[in-house]
Design a binder for this molecule. Sequence first.
Ligand code: UD1
Ligand code: CA
Length: 475
Amino acid sequence: MEGFRAVILAAGKGTRLKSELPKVLHPLFGKPLLLRVLDTLNCLNVEEACVIVGHGREQVAEALNADEAACAVRAVVQEPQLGTGHALLQVRQKLTDWAGYAGNVLILSGDVPLLEAATLQGLLDTHAAQGNDLTLLAATMPNPFGYGRVITEGDSVRRIVEQKDATEAEKLVQLINTGIYCLNWAKISPLLDRLSNNNAQGEFYLTDVILLAVQAGFRVGAARLDDPDEVLGVNSRADLAQCHEVLNRRTLNRLMAEGVTIVHPASTLIAPEVSIGADSTVLPGCYLQGKISIGKRCVIGPHTTMSGVVAIEDEVKVVHSMVRDARIGSFTNIGPFAQLRDGVEISHHVNIGNFVEVKKTRIDHHTNAAHLAYLGDATLGAEVNIGAGTITANYDPIRDIKEQTVIEDGAKVGSNSVLIAPVTVGQNASVAAGSVITKNVQAWDLAIARGRQVEISGWVKRVKGISAEEATSKP
Ligand code: UD1
Ligand code: CA
């Protein structure tokens, strides 16, 4: 298969979103629309791609640079933004090394994020098979409102009319323009010079190139798409919500086909990047977004969120919890109501229970922190027990620094202890409940750091003025 070049239109403001953020940077499951389009493109044999930027172009360029795969893409500035045809004209005018390009160019929209690579490949294949000079991707939409309509004559494509320019009869046409095209650059790009902005929006429409190409005698065809959901364009917040819904459904269907039980799809949101092993179950109310991989036979949820980079091995349970940037070993239980965040590494057979927060901490196997604890900037060995209410006091607010706590293998920390970092509790050492530990505890030692218990005989009776006889008659 021959290579091709690609242009992604992404200079528009996205007025209908009413946002300060450029439209193409609005996230779809955490990833900007534009980067989702680029990801799809990169599945194909693309030689070179450029992105038309304009509105908020510094922000868009920054997002491109920050992405590993997208940073090689060239940005071409369109200023001012006079329409989609004017956008493509910038490539013709500004990229001198494209002038002699004799191959095909795929035109994509930065606001059409659900397209699948196979569909684009289908468009390229149709273009080649029909020997076209210009092929547009068309779809039949039951409710075509807002899209350009494809006007045909017999089987041939004649032109495209935009919603705002369409007659009442044209508005009834359900065959829509997806805004995705494949064109022979040498033949079609010169037509861009001839576009006019004599239309309802006063813009230079790329869609007018279709009629110009037909009139010039070029071969113009259409590839038809079966699933119109794939070409949903994001123009409003409602469209963005719909894209989330469609992409979510696609992901859940894939996971279920791979052997994952999703008990209640309607309340489960999973980003497309997430992988989950067979025989795992996702219970209602989960929101998993990011580079997340979950092993086999895990139970996630109900009501669990994950984000960032999360790697979970087999047979793990995470109940009613929040997990961000963490690795969790097999047979470990998390929650209910635990929070793991910012670089947590937990080994196998660990138990992190109710209301336990773990931040930037490593925990070795068979260690328990079952209730009400804060473990931050800490390293816990194997078979450690953390009593309820234990706190690693990692933050020195006077010097504004974080300090480390080390709890070595086999150590037991009694309930309601505060370990003032930096501090180490040695192997198999024991910290008495209620201690405030400010010095290292040696291996096998017991550390008690609390006021000694004092008993004052009969104190309550004295205070209440109760005589000895009364005290024996009353309970
Ligand atoms: C466009 C098509 C319409 C099609 C629809 C599919 C035109 C005139 N209309 O309409 O036929 O049904 O897409 O989603 O092409 N852009 C620029 N520079 C500009 C204007 C827009 O780069 O000056 C970019 C936008 O950022 C966006 C894309 O082009 O990514 C499409 O622009 P938009 O204004 O959303 O066009 P639609 O009205 O959706
Ligand atoms: Ca659009």
